[in-house]
Each structure stands twice: as C-alpha cells, then as structure tokens.
Design a protein around this ligand. Structure first.
Ligand code: FPP
Length: 232
C-alpha cells in the first residue's frame, strides 16, 4: 500500500492472456477484457485524484507475439479511441503516448496521434499510454536526442545533467511515477520506465489485469474505494 497521495501511478497490465486461457477464451479476448478494465481504472484514477496514469499497453518486446495477437493489439486502440474520445474530451482528459509510434500500422499511429492532438489542451488527468515502449529504447532515444542538441549548438556537453536527460525521455515533463503496479503475479520490471522508476514504490498483485477492479486499484494506492462515474 502506498502511503501518501501519489501524483503519478504507472501500471504493468499483465495477465490478459492467462485470464483468457482460464476461461477457454483466446488471448485476444483476454486483451479485450483488459481494455474494458482499463476504462474502469482510468475512471478510478480520476476519482482518486491521480494527476498522471501511465498504462503499459504495448511493449517493444510484444512484437515477438503471434501475428494475429499483434494485429489485435494494433486494432484495439482504434476501437478504443473511436469510442472513448468524445468522453475523454467531456471529462477534460489529456492523452499522451510514450514510445515510438512511427513503425505502427497507419491506422494505429493515426488514431494515437489524433487522440494526443485533440486532447492536448485538456487540463485534467493525463493518461499516458506506453505504446511500443521499452525502457532501454527510451534511454537510447533520449541520448541520441541530446547528442543532436549538442551538435546543433543548442546545449553544451556540460549542460547534460540528470534533469536534462529526463526531459528528453518519452515521458518528458511528466513527474516520475510514485508507484508502479504490476498485475498478473510476476515480480519483474519488464523494460518499463527503467530510468523513471528509480524512486518508485512497487505494488504486485496476483490478480490478472481483467480482474483488477477499481477497489483493488484504490487499495493499492492506499485510498478508500471510490464511486464510479461510469455507473452514473
Ligand atoms: C500483457 O498481458 C498485456 C498486454 C501485452 C497488452 C495490454 C493491453 C491492454 C490491457 C489493452 C490496451 C488497450 C488500448 C486501447 C491501448 P499478457 O498478454 O502478457 O498476459 P499473460 O502474461 O497472461 O500472457
């Protein structure tokens, strides 16, 4: 349990595949159930007063999964944002993406870019999707961007500090996560927010992500269960 009021909570949403298998469903059906649960957790994050919620939706390692599963995971954001964007606007939610979206299929890249652009001026909770994200890749791209800045004469080598490095990570100006939750029973970081998690608390639960309720989320961050906007 987290003591205090976390500003930034990050979640490794693990266990979708096993949730499906347990029910004799496909892994993709597990991801669909995970996406439904994600809607509830965003709602719970708002009710708990979280300022930033980072969700690990697709890791740079996930490309090695069977192609039908990868295709499904590329389709999910299209369905998700087409359905949810009007509500996100109404609820003042700002969407961000951490990760390299350039190699994604057009439809996925476009819907993610649209969600970011449309919600850019919203001032409520920031929901940051880690998509095609890897912590090592994040550090490498930040290092490359810094070298470019030095080359262009915008900064000198002496300006390279931890703070400067942090600004060039995909998470940019976001505060580091106070807390990282991992569902699904495994106790590993899986190349998530490697730099940003230096000071984070960790919370592990055996619950598969599609079973991870708003009450469990509230408990993880040390709050009382919170009312749902979704159920009215
Ligand atoms: C890990 O579970 C989960 C993923 C690789 C995908 C997580 C994605 C979502 C919850 C939905 C994302 C939706 C949008 C709209 C961005 P796993 O498949 O590794 O489960 P397992 O460990 O049981 O195999």
């Amino acid at each position: 349990m987290y003591r205090g009021n976390p500003d930034h909570v990050a979640i490794i949403m693990d266990g979708n595949g096993r949730w499906g298998k347990k029910r004799r469903l496909s892994r993709s059906e597990g991801h669909y159930a995970g996406a439904k649960r994600m809607e509830e957790i965003i709602d719970a994050g708002i009710a708990c007063g979280i300022k930033v919620l980072t969700l690990y939706a697709f890791s740079s390692e996930n490309w090695s999964r069977p192609s039908n599963e990868v295709n499904y995971l590329m389709d999910l954001p299209v369905r998700f944002f087409n359905k949810k964007l009007p509500e996100f606007m109404k609820r003042n939610i700002q969407i961000r993406i951490s990760g390299n979206i350039s190699p994604l299929p057009d439809k996925t890249r476009e819907v993610l870019a649209k969600a970011v652009a449309r919600t850019e001026k919203n001032t409520g909770i920031i929901v940051n999707f880690a998509f095609n994200y890897g912590g090592r890749g994040d550090i490498v791209q930040a290092a490359r961007a810094l070298i470019e800045e030095v080359r262009n004469g915008n900064i000198s080598e002496d300006d390279i500090t931890e703070e400067k490095m942090q600004q060039f990570l995909y998470t940019g100006d976001l505060p580091s996560p106070n807390m990282i939750i991992r569902t699904g029973g495994e106790k590993r970081i899986s190349n998530f927010l490697l730099w940003q998690s230096a000071e984070s608390d960790f919370y592990f639960t055996d619950a598969y992500f599609p079973d991870f309720t708003r009450e469990m989320f509230a408990e993880a961050i040390g709050q009382q269960p919170v009312n749902s906007y979704l159920s009215g």
